[in-house]
Design a protein around this ligand. Structure first.
Ligand code: NAD
Length: 335
């Protein structure tokens, strides 16, 4: 069977990882990546063998910087079956008309609103809803991490309500524009935060409320979760369900911080020190007065990457069974 042709529009933190993950799959190929500036990331993409495209008015900038652009973003879109839009939040929306005009399917990221695609995606929770769809949005790193634990626990025990505090990294490690560097910011101050409604774009029936603060760290987000269930269950029952989730990793063995999780990712020889799984401290899983509590950490740069691969498979109807797609993606990436 011919491989599905994937283009990546926006080759930054998420885009470069999506391109590399697609390249590892035997049923899809990268036909090009698009970058606005001819910087080191564009040069690296070129060196890795990707065809690098850019905006029509930037082709000469690329030439002057010694990077031969393969063509314009329009050329790239026209050569693809599906475009994974990884441009900064808000820019992707402006690209929708380009994709419609070219008659190409498109995936957006969590920085865009749900209504842009009208179909939000998490492989574990709602794979089948994206089967054959033209437009899909892979939810944010935080929403992905939450869905991966809420969905299986809801299926098993029936969730009455979820309350979460999100401790958010201030910026990605390579980002020199955002902060804070010496403050803790309630973000947003008005409550609850948007993260709960975002989970509801995947799991509409879940009663969830969230609050969020930004911290001066770049490595990972941390969540403190509190849940109530309809059915009786113990901490051990919860642990058994989470232990079966391929994209949930228990962390222990002296790991007491996000810094040590990143060290583990380096020791695992993960590309770019990526930790694709939601990391749950199994030791923290506690039932107190019939309510569940635990901590989990999210590697914001990478947890959505396998989800993008599965979203491509669902939209292109290459695999109708979500569990099979997840297994295939995991195997190719080494999850
Ligand atoms: P980024 O800034 O690291 O990368 C965006 C890339 O798009 C850059 O290479 C930029 O040059 C390029 N770009 C900008 N305008 C463009 C245009 N008009 N056409 C083509 N390319 C253009 O951003 P990111 O962190 O990778 O975020 C991308 C999306 O993924 C956003 O929706 C974001 O909310 C979402 N997301 C980010 C994270 C994260 O933690 N970084 C996690 C999950 C989801």
């Amino acid at each position: 069977m011919a491989k599905v042709k994937v283009a990546v529009n926006g080759y930054g933190t998420i885009g470069k990882r999506v391109a590399d993950a697609v390249r590892l799959q035997d049923d899809m190929e990268v036909v090009g990546v698009a970058k606005t500036r001819p910087n080191f990331e564009a040069a690296m993409a070129h060196d890795k063998g990707y065809d690098v495209y850019t905006l029509a008015d930037r082709v000469n900038d690329f030439k002057n910087a010694g990077i031969e652009a393969a063509g314009t973003v329009d050329d790239m879109i026209n050569s693809a079956d599906v475009v994974v839009d990884c441009t900064p939040g808000g820019i992707g929306e402006k690209n929708k008309s380009l994709y419609e005009k070219a008659g190409v399917k498109a995936i957006w990221q969590g920085g865009e609103d749900h209504k842009l695609a009208d179909c939000s995606f998490n492989a574990d929770a709602n794979y089948s809803e994206s089967l054959g769809k033209d437009f899909v949005r892979v939810v944010s790193c935080n929403t992905t991490g939450l869905c991966r634990v809420i969905s299986p626990l809801d299926k098993e025990f029936g969730i009455k309500k979820v309350r979460v505090t999100l401790l958010r990294r201030a910026a990605d490690p390579g980002d020199i524009k955002h902060g804070p560097i010496n403050a803790i910011i309630p973000n947003p101050i008005t409550l609850p935060s948007h993260h709960g409604p975002d989970v509801n774009t995947i799991l509409p029936h879940i009663d969830i409320a969230t609050t969020a603060v930004k911290l001066p760290t770049t490595l990972m987000h941390m969540h403190t979760l509190n849940m109530e269930f309809r059915d009786e269950c113990t901490a051990q029952d919860v642990e058994s369900v989470l232990a079966m989730q391929s994209r949930v990793r228990f962390v222990g063995q002296g790991i007491t911080s996000t810094a040590e999780i990143m060290e583990l990712a380096r020791d695992l020889d993960r590309p770019r020190s990526d930790m694709w799984e939601t990391c749950v401290w199994d030791e923290s899983i506690t039932m107190y007065e019939d309510e569940l509590y635990f901590f989990q950490a999210i590697h914001q740069e990478s947890d959505v990457i396998p989800e993008n691969v599965d979203a491509i498979r669902a939209m292109m109807e290459m695999e109708s069974d979500g569990a099979k797609s997840i297994a295939k993606t995991n195997k190719a990436m080494g999850i």
